[in-house]
Design a protein around this ligand. Structure first.
Ligand code: C2O
Ligand code: CU
Ligand code: CU
Length: 460
């Protein structure tokens, strides 16, 4: 389909499709996940369910999702009380971890909080943090990779309703697009498969097709103006270096933990599994490039097409943003070293031992205890490949990467950072986690996590 054909199709059916989030009537126009706005009810109901999804042609693949067959709704949250209800109708235990929400360990949804088949988990949470693009996914020990791959993941927009004051686009699916970027492997018949080999265990399970919001081969319609793209790398193992095909700038406005203090202009952005960024892209010249990724051969992640029927409300970039300054400096109560290791075939039948500080994850082993309110400085070292390192229950600041100042995409508040060699981070542990429901710290290459590159700590 060329651009003219696309535009013809989009003017007839497009706007209605986007606004309603309804059936994929135009065939190739990217749709947003449905919205689950909790702001008036204070309730968030998610049901994990099995389903089938046709990604390529009408070939059905077995999938899982929250409230739908594949992936979950975009949950809109605000600060205040939130009564969550997670029901599991799948044939195996799942969990619902809120990756990026700063909530106590008992509400965190990690491996110690499984929801059995037919059971319901109802954490009563209090949300109190800066606006951010967050996500949720299942986190069962040893099963996180296959369950997230099957579709048990979704986005969260934590908002304070003040984006108009910030001068930021905020009309969902029009000038504010949520893009869940994932790669998936399809067999010759077009069926999604998950059958990791030793090689996939090493590098993370990679796909042979890209999908965005669970859609293969879609084009995103954008207005001829400034558009906000919220990007989540929801892939099991693939690291993207994203750029636009005509090399136009992207204006980075958030990292994992929320807004920067001012936009940073970049031409490319590295996004590792688990990380989120929001960027502004100016399409007002009416040209629509594609979102591409390296490394090695560049490939298309998502083509854009201008739809002049979409209203572009914002025509200038904000000069400043109101992100929380990175105020964690000075002495730390403790320093720790975290080694992410992939053993060299020492285990049974040549199985690699994935570990942290020489120890593979064990449900009943607490790696350490942190004092509530303490500031700690951690040095993370990754062996052999680059590892996206994630810590639950905190946002941290990256102090250095391989001895140098952090890259632009690591300048703001983070909960996941790609460690290619060594990184130093600093965090204040303000949320409690009892030893029975500790926080996890792990590699977000999900095959590494499942194989043991994870540890846990309490905060008391
Ligand atoms: Cu996104 Cu412990 O995970
Ligand atoms: Cu997490
Ligand atoms: Cu890893």
């Amino acid at each position: 389909m060329n651009r003219r054909q696309f535009l013809q199709r989009s003017t007839t059916a497009g706007a209605a499709v986007l606004a309603g989030g309804a059936a994929f009537a135009t065939g190739h126009r990217l749709t947003m996940p449905p919205l689950l706005d909790t702001r008036s009810s204070g309730r968030m109901n998610l049901t994990a369910q099995a389903g089938t999804t046709s990604f390529i042609g009408d070939v059905a693949s077995r999938t899982a999702g929250f409230n739908q067959a594949f992936l979950g709704p975009t949950v809109v949250l605000q600060n205040g009380p939130l009564a969550a209800r997670v029901e599991n109708t799948l044939a195996e235990p799942i969990s619902a971890h809120w990756h990026g929400l700063l909530v106590p360990g008992e509400h965190d949804g990690g491996p110690h909080l499984p929801v059995a088949t037919g059971a319901t988990w109802e954490p009563d949470m209090q949300i109190a943090q800066s606006p951010a693009t967050i996500w949720y996914h299942s986190h069962i020990h040893g099963k996180t990779a296959p369950q997230v791959y099957a579709g048990l993941a979704g986005l969260i927009h934590l908002t304070d309703g003040r984006d108009d004051e910030r001068g930021l686009p905020n009309t969902y699916g029009i000038d504010d697009l949520s893009l869940v970027i994932q790669d998936r492997r399809f067999d010759g018949g077009g069926r999604m498969v998950y059958d990791p080999t030793m090689m996939d265990l090493m590098h993370g399970f990679g796909g042979n097709r890209m999908m965005v919001n669970g859609q293969v081969g879609a084009t995103a319609a954008v207005p001829a103006g400034i558009t906000r793209l919220r990007l989540l790398n929801g892939s099991n193992g693939r690291i993207y270096t994203l750029h636009l095909s005509d090399d136009r700038p992207m204006h980075l406005i958030t990292t994992d933990g929320g807004f920067l203090t001012a936009p940073i202009t970049v031409q490319s952005l590295r996004l590792a599994p688990g990380e989120r960024v929001e960027v502004l892209v100016d399409f007002s010249d009416g040209e629509a490039p594609a979102l591409m990724s390296e490394p090695s051969r560049p490939f298309t992640v998502l083509p854009f097409a201008i739809d002049t029927s979409l209203a572009a409300r914002i025509d200038r970039l904000p000069d400043v943003l109101d992100g929380v300054p990175l105020d964690l400096v000075g002495p730390a109560a403790k320093t720790r070293t975290v080694l992410l290791e992939m053993g060299m075939g020492g285990g049974m039948m040549g199985r690699r031992e994935f570990s942290i500080n020489g120890r593979p994850f064990a449900m009943d082993h607490l790696n350490f205890r942190v004092n509530l309110g303490d500031v700690e400085r951690w040095t993370i070292r990754g062996a052999m490949v680059a590892h996206p390192f994630h810590v639950h229950g905190v946002v941290f600041r990256v102090l250095s990467e391989n001895g140098a100042a952090p890259r632009p995409e690591n300048i703001g508040w983070k909960d996941t950072v790609l460690v290619a060699g060594e990184a130093e981070i600093i965090a204040r542990f303000d949320q409690p986690a009892a030893p029975e429901t500790p926080y996890m710290f792990h590699c977000h290459i999900l095959e590494h996590e499942d194989a043991g590159m994870m540890g846990q700590f309490s905060v008391t």
